[in-house]
Design a protein around this ligand. Structure first.
Ligand code: HEM
Length: 420
């Protein structure tokens, strides 16, 4: 258990989740890319902040979309491996072709142009706020002759994991997000078709957040029923460095990218549902209905980790999730969380196959995700309801900066982000 001294320096920080919308100004580049934006306010949620949500997410930029983008309702993450027996020249050639096709797909689908692929049967004029984001695994970097950045570590084992190799890792990862599951389904098929013959399928997961959260930009609830995302950090799509974007790392191919951690957590729903509300709330450190820190009234109230009740006990318990995950000031532990719930519909022993696809983006997992996950794995009160099933790390590539650029160019051609 952590001492009060150590935890009390995790002082109240009220980092709002509202993303900087300079990230996502609509382009109007195509008829389908409607340049208007909507402001929504849902009276049924505790957080009344109005969030402007653009109709389309620009594909081009120094950073890829799908990181600083407010979460769309639906997610698919599709992992591939490279075939064995290719030398690095052949591999660079075959994957360059796939990455160029994916770039074109992302560019077109983000403006609602579905004419690029016959899989996209859902053709209409909506952009579905589509984003396509490509990342690569450490083995891929080495196989194509790139230099593996120091921060691109293998995630260490954490306490009590039950990892399923068929759900972890991969050489290349494509994250696809959209408001419309039909649009997403067509995009997945098109992504797979473009990879056919060059990359082999490894695993795929689909996730969702609540429709109300997706349409308002407010924090969604997870399958525990908790509001998840309140104290997320806010990041700027146009910015450099900071807690998420890689700016100063060698080698140059990674600059403008970020590291993505992806872990599947099964949730023991029956056990959770049989647990009294006050025990559930103590495990998280927040009230379930309002999302307020224990002892407070509203979701956005600051978290005071030093507060004590009349009995002298800490109000936010020592092993609660929010106390343990609060970043240590000045230690570089901040990360951007962008997680989605999943359920496969399979009901088996001991419980339904459901949980959370935890996704975080960070500049350096060695100072952020890893130490935070080590603390959580050791004593988080949520652990008894969780089954960690996968653990993966990918380097999200820098963005395609203009219409001639393509994702992966800097890695596969060995030229820096500002060179062609
Ligand atoms: C199934 C697994 C998990 C669930 C259900 C979950 C749920 C939550 C919820 C409901 C909150 C409070 C609301 C908020 O501020 O977002 C929260 C906060 C947070 N979680 Fe998790 N979480 C999970 C796993 C993780 C993991 C693996 C990490 C990182 C290693 C993490 C890092 C954080 C952080 C940094 C916060 C914000 C703490 C603060 O500054 O107040 N969570 N989580």
């Amino acid at each position: 258990m952590r001492t009060e001294d150590a935890s009390s320096i995790r002082q109240s920080v009220n980092r709002r989740k509202v993303f900087k919308l300079s990230a996502v100004a609509a382009t109007g580049a195509a008829a389908a890319a409607v340049a208007s934006a909507t402001a929504c306010s849902d009276p049924n949620t505790t957080n009344q902040t109005k969030v402007t949500r653009p109709e389309s997410i620009p594909f081009e930029g120094k950073h890829q979309a799908g990181v600083a983008t407010p979460q769309q309702a639906h997610l698919a993450v599709v992992a591939f491996t490279v075939p064995t027996g290719l030398d690095s020249d052949a591999l660079r050639k075959s994957t360059s072709s796939v990455f160029q096709k994916w770039t074109e797909l992302g560019r077109r689908l983000s403006v609602g142009d579905t004419s690029i692929d016959s899989s996209l049967i859902s053709a209409d004029t909506s952009t579905s706020r589509f984003t396509l984001t490509v990342g690569v695994g450490a083995r891929f970097v080495e196989l194509v002759g790139g230099r593996r950045p120091d921060a691109m570590v293998d995630l260490p084992p954490f306490v009590d994991e039950h990892l399923e190799p068929e759900l972890s890792g991969g050489d290349v990862l494509v994250q696809l997000c959209a408001e419309d599951p039909l649009y997403l389904a067509g995009a997945i098929r098109a992504v797979r078709a473009a990879a056919s013959g060059a990359l082999e399928s490894k695993w795929q997961s689909n996730g969702f957040i609540g429709a109300a959260a997706a349409s308002t930009g407010r924090s969604p609830r997870n399958l525990f029923g908790q509001i998840d995302g309140t104290n997320n950090i806010s990041i700027n799509q146009e910015g450099d460095g900071g807690p998420v974007w890689i700016s100063d790392a060698e080698p140059a191919w990674a600059r403008g990218g970020t590291y993505m951690v992806l872990r599947h957590f099964g949730i023991k729903l029956s056990e959770w549902e049989d647990t009294p509300l006050e025990v559930q709330e103590a495990a998280l450190g927040r009230h379930k209905r309002s999302g307020a820190p224990i002892g407070r009234l509203t979701e956005t109230d600051p978290v005071d980790l030093t507060a004590r009740g009349a009995d002298g006990e800490l109000v936010i318990p020592v092993n609660s999730h929010i106390r343990l995950s609060t970043p240590t000031p000045g230690a570089g532990e901040e990360m951007l969380r962008r997680s989605y719930s999943f359920t496969s519909g399979q009901v088996g022993a001991p419980d339904e196959d459901a949980g959370l696809i935890f996704i975080s983006f960070q500049r350096d997992p060695r100072t952020s995700f890893i130490p935070v996950q080590q603390r959580l794995a050791a004593t988080d009160a949520l652990n008894r309801f969780l089954v960690p099933r996968s653990s993966s790390l990918f380097a999200v590539l820098p963005g395609a900066v203009d219409g001639a650029d393509w994702l992966g160019r800097t890695l596969l051609t060995g030229t820096g982000p500002n060179e062609k």
